[in-house]
Design a protein. Sequence first.
Length: 139
Amino acid sequence: MISNALVPELSVSDFAKSLDFYTRILNFSVAYKREEEGFALLFHGEAQLMIDEIGKGRTWKTGEFEHPLGRGMNLQIAVKNIEPLLANLKENNIPLFMETEEKWYRKGDVEVGNRQFLVQDPDGYLLRFTEDMGERQIK
């Protein structure tokens, strides 16, 4: 697996809980993990992210870890179809931070469309899953 030039690493409070959330519910796959360090590199299509348990191995601490973590940031994750994720979240009684919407964004002289929703992971990181709806000319 080739690693992307930018791969976010999320500090998590419970490695097993986060790994379960990302793999079982959000359908990420494990590229590799070091359980003794509470670390894993995960991928979903071309998206990659790392999870690393706070206090195991090395912890990059710039301040206090207070829930929700990652305040002021959301991670956009492009997927082919958001429906399986929505079904898994509903089946596991995980609330959405923002319900599904169709949103068009200006990009030069066209608009690109996303069908998207937001959910928080167990530590409060905000994840925005997007499904491409194509593009259209700006009127």
